[in-house]
Design a protein around this ligand. Structure first.
Ligand SMILES: *[C@@H]1O[C@H](CO)[C@@H](O)[C@H](O)[C@H]1NC(C)=O
Ligand SMILES: *[C@@H]1O[C@H](CO)[C@@H](O)[C@H](O)[C@H]1NC(C)=O
Ligand SMILES: *[C@@H]1O[C@H](CO)[C@@H](O)[C@H](O)[C@H]1NC(C)=O
Length: 359
């Protein structure tokens, strides 16, 4: 994505008093910094520097060094620790008929979850929300987010792949209610409103693109403190689990689930190519929104960011295999506008979400 928009990012994060412009915008001299030679780089010493000769000569005539480096086995074996088991990290795969992604054991949030929308999938409304939030048994119990962790936290159990995008089957809807697909989200003004409209916007894109893929996930972004230093600060919510066997059941809830500061959506609008198969042009849009109330009239374009900004912030890579010749910019092809209807309509629209979001 060539269109870095540092101003936009700053605007996004200023909603929370944060600012990732400096950290995550694409610096003009990025090419240079990427090309700083690393020690393992073979091209490090340029041939005309003459430095290449020196270490070689030393090695040749310094038998002590040669012996230590090549003949005597090292006195330590750091890798031997693996006999007790590899610490990881393991990024559990989250997979179901309606979603696919990876889970972050440390934050008890997903790293990313992908949905796929087609004209058939959005026009078919078979499944209903049953609000059957439940633990994901595929995640080891120690690292699971529990339904009760969100109780009295003030945060919604915020779907990353929305239930409403999976209504083509009851099983598909139910699968979205696993806690591995949830992040703590501000309810009023965000999960129930602006965020829900953004989800609707994604589904509506199927009227323009026959196939739409959306990757959604949390971010934990640094904010600049009054002392001018950047820090990452986020709340952690949780309840003592009944099954934990802990002696201090009556004490304070144990923090378990991290509350993200922001969320991203990467949207891929896939065109059909000439023989009506997916594989033609792809319109890509990346958005970062604060986990906070957002006014209905805020332009979605205010939250558009360059894809590589999300990659830096998340540590993930989203489209390495997508050829630049195939790429288009989503907000150049469609109006990135949520067209929020008047309040009465909006309430009707999100009644389902509201019903189950707060328990
Ligand atoms: C290596 O060092 C030894 C002893 O200092 C010297 O006699 C010899 O000529 C050196 N060899 C080379 C190739 O420089
Ligand atoms: C040989 O290598 C050792 C270790 O790097 C170094 O301390 C020593 O000075 C070297 N000797 C010569 C003759 O270069
Ligand atoms: C999605 O499309 C419907 C039907 O045209 C429209 O009422 C709604 O406002 C659209 N949603 C968004 C967020 O644009």
């Amino acid at each position: 994505m060539s269109k870095a928009k540092p101003m936009t990012i700053a605007a996004v994060s200023s909603t929370l008093g944060a600012g990732l412009a400096l950290l995550y915008s694409t610096p003009a001299n990025e090419k240079e910094s990427v090309n700083i030679p690393t020690p393992q780089s073979k091209s490090l010493p340029s041939p005309d520097e003459g430095l290449v000769i020196l270490p070689n000569a030393l090695t040749e005539n310094n038998t002590t060094t040669a012996a230590i480096q090549e003949k005597t086995p090292p006195p330590v074996s750091p890798i031997g620790i693996l006999k007790y088991g590899n610490p990881g990290p393991i990024n559990d795969k989250i997979t179901a008929i309606s979603l696919h992604g990876a889970y972050d054991r440390r934050t008890r949030n997903p790293y990313w979850v992908a949905e796929h929308l087609t004209r058939d999938s959005v026009s078919s409304v078979i499944g209903r929300r049953k609000n059957n939030f439940r633990q994901d048994p595929s995640i080891p119990a120690t690292f699971r987010a529990r339904v009760s962790d969100y109780s009295k936290s003030g945060y919604d159990r915020g779907h990353q792949v929305p239930a409403n995008s999976a209504r083509w089957s009851q099983e598909a809807v139910d699968e979205t209610f696993k806690m591995s697909n949830m992040c703590p989200q501000v309810g009023e003004g965000f999960n129930m409103h602006y965020w829900a409209y953004l989800e609707d916007f994604c589904r509506n894109l199927t009227s323009r693109y026959p196939s739409v893929r959306v990757i959604t996930g949390p971010l934990y972004l640094p904010a600049k403190g009054e002392d001018g230093k950047w820090r990452v600060s986020y709340e952690v919510i949780g309840q003592q689990s009944a099954g934990s066997g802990s002696k201090d059941k009556d004490e304070e809830p144990l923090p378990n689930v991290a509350v993200p500061t922001h969320f991203y959506k990467i949207i891929f609008g896939e065109e059909e190519n000439d023989d009506h198969r997916i594989g033609g042009q792809v319109a890509v849009g990346a958005f970062v929104l604060p986990n906070a109330r957002i006014a209905n009239d805020r332009d979605l374009g205010d939250f558009e960011v360059a894809l590589d900004n999300v990659e830096r912030a998340s540590g993930l890579e989203f489209a390495q295999e997508l050829k630049s010749s195939q790429r288009r910019r989503l907000c150049e092809e469609v109006k990135c506008d949520l067209k929020v209807k008047d309040f009465s309509d909006a309430v009707e629209d999100v009644t389902g979400l509201m019903a189950g979001a707060k328990i």
